[in-house]
Structures are given as C-alpha cells and as structure tokens.
Design a protein around this ligand. Sequence first.
Ligand SMILES: [Zn+2]
Length: 466
Amino acid sequence: MRYDLTIEGCFVVDPLNHLKEYTSVSVKDGRVAAVGDAGKALQSVSLSGALLMPGIIDVHVHCSDWIGGPLSFGMLAKSGVTTAADMAGPVQVVLRQMKEQGSGINVAVMEALYPGKTVNGTDPSLDEIRGVVGKITREGALGLKLIGGHYPLTPEASAAAIRAANERRCYIAVHSGSARNGSNLKGALDSIEFSEGRPFHLAHINAYCRGMVEKDPKDELKTLLKALIDNPHVISEFHPAPLNGTNGKCVGGVPESHITRNCLRMGGYPETEKGLKTAFIDGYAHCVGEDMNGVNEYVSGEKALSYWRSQEGNAICGFPVNDREIAFLCATAKDPKGEYVIDALSSDGGGIPRNFMIRYGYLLVEWGAWSVDEYVMKTSVIPSRMLGLTNKGHLSVGADADITVFDPVSRKALLTVVGGKVVYAGGVQTGSGGTVLCLPEGRDAAEGMGLGIQVVDIEQSMLYAR
Ligand SMILES: [Zn+2]
C-alpha cells in the first residue's frame, strides 16, 4: 500500500495497544494504516528521539470571543493538541472563528449559560434551559457549560441545567459557583449536590482549592477528592497553570466576573475597577495580548493596563492564584483501590497562553510521578472517553490519524497531525479550518459553515457509558 504519510524514528507510546517502542506509523485517507511498516509513502518524516502518541485531547480550552479568541486554534495546534473542548462558546462564534482562523484541529463546543445573554436572568426555569440546550445542540454544540464561578445562577437553576443536559443526552461541564456559594470548595460540593446523582464533568478541580474556605488548600483538596470518590458519576480534570484565566470587564466600577473579584480579594485589593488597575500596575494582575508572532502572551504592569484599556476591559486577565502543590497533588491522588481520582489533565488554555499539556504535563513523567503510559492515558486515552470519541486515543489500524509528536527533552511539540493531515510542523502552522465534534442534530449547522464534521455518539462518553 502507498501511504499518505509515514512518521519514522520516534518512540511510539500507545497504551491501548501495549505499544512502547521505536517504530514507524503510517496513515492513509485520514486513518492509521500501519504501525511498523515503513513502506512507500507520498510524504515521509523522520524525527529521531521524539515521542509519538495518539493525538493530545485537551478537554478544557477557550476559543470564543468572550475568553480565548481566534488565535486559540493556532496556539493549540502549536502545542500538540489535535482535539479540544471549548468551555464557554457561544458555538456560533467559535465555529465562525474556526472557519476564518482555524488550524485544522477538531473542536467540540460546550456553550455557557450566561445570564442576560443566553438565558434571561440568573434564575432561568427548567423549560427555558431545555430550550437553550435544544438550540445550542442544533447550532453544533456538543453540550452545555455552567460558568457559575464567573456568572452565578440560583441553586435551582444550576440543578435544572444539569438535569436538562442529562435529559437531552448532551455533554455537561460545570465551573462551580452559584448564588449560594462561589467558585470554591463549598461551590464545588454544591455542584455535586445539585447533580442529584446525574453525571457531569466538574471542571478544573485545582481551582476550588485556593484556601478560601479552609485555611490550608490541601485540606480543601482532601475534602473534594473524597467527594469525587464517593460520587463516581462526576468526571473531572485539573490543569497545571500558575495563572488563572478570567475576564477584566467592569460595569459600574466593579469587575463583572466574580472570579476577577475573588482574585482581587485574594491579593488584598479592593474588588473594584480601581483595585484591578492598581493590581495591573503592581504586577499582580496580568493581561493577555497578542505578541509579535501572532500568539497571545501574558503582559503585566503599565503594558497590561494599557492593553486592558484598549479592549475597554473586555480582555483576558490572569492572577497567580493556582497553588503549585495542589496541581501536583491533583495529578497523583489515588483512591483506596489505587486508581487515580481525577480523570484527566487539561490546560484551560487555548487562547489563554497556558497550553501546558506537554510543557508541564510531561514534567510529571520526568519527575517520576507518572509513567509515560499514564501520561498518554491522562492526555489522550481518558479524554477520548470523556468526549465519547471511540476512534481516537489509540493508534489501532483504522483509528482516526490524530497524532502528536514532541521532543521529550524540550517538551515542545514537533508535529501535529489531525485526520492524517499535518497541521503543525517545526514551528509552522500548516492547517486551516477544522472539524466540529457535534451531536447528530448539529450536523446541518456545522456543514453550513463549511467545516468538517464528526458526529459524536454521546452514549459512548464516560458521562453516560459508565
Ligand atoms: Zn476554563
């Protein structure tokens, strides 16, 4: 067989096929065609000493205009990500940006319930939420996101949202926080209570352990891990970034996002626009702006303030509120049976410049906290199961040819292949557009955008299959 592409010289790690050796991987027609047969190929790439794995699947990123922006797609491909789940939407904006500035990667969108935008107020009824869920899935979203940490709903509405998503059988992810408790340990425990045993994805476990409820964040994590063990219907992920990601928009002299207010309080600043400006000058608050190479970067000081001003406050901000020890403990925590408690590693990156799936994630392997197999499980295999992508997360013949190759020493991506096409190689983005991962009812909308489509059987997702 004449292959489209053969990648040679790499150390190939594919836990589902018990593969851990130097060999070649060949693809044809968008699928894995052979492992260990470096036959004739139209294109052949040799990357000796690199690590090759099933494509990295980042289950928590941001690509929308609210947070992330259109540079996100290129930033993800550059960091070795082949499939990403946007955790805010709106889906129509993400798909439009993907059409214009996509990098060829696969994207699923979970659209947020945003009071005043996607729902009328902070207490939408079950019927109103059912309507939203129907609308966004027809527009191409894979599911729903609650962003109660930033924009809280009432406890009743938060519970209704998890119920509505479960009824519709779409994906549901939650950034905890409601009118009762904010984005902290209590808010996270509330979410589990609101779920009434219905499955959902509890986003970024690390973010609820910042010492806002208990004095020691480690005690908070202990409590949350126990709740996760006791509630196996909750699936979860954590991210390793030191800075968080929030929006800096202020209304009436006060930051709109409750997370931005929390961060100011944690740094000892007033929870006001003035407090935010002082925090920029002091270097505590960071702002995200585009650098010379067309990717986003964090800036601080006067530069951050002037960028924030130029965006009329509607800019991504970051504060150093993520405890490093907590991130490490999230990676290594196991239940009494010896299984990892937190399912996956994510970045919470995308357009937020913290796409650390390889850069920090692989450090855990270097350090000895994870085996290389466990790293691939946490960054590809389990994320594929979370999203219900049975043809990803492994390199079996016939699997989707989504492949990540990186240098384990510099921890930088070298080659990103999606559906058999090279979308990033050696510093250059070569892909465009992308593929939307949607439910059957979203097919027409995604097709209408001129994007690729992969319909997901959500019943295969860990949410509903376990
Ligand atoms: Zn997020």
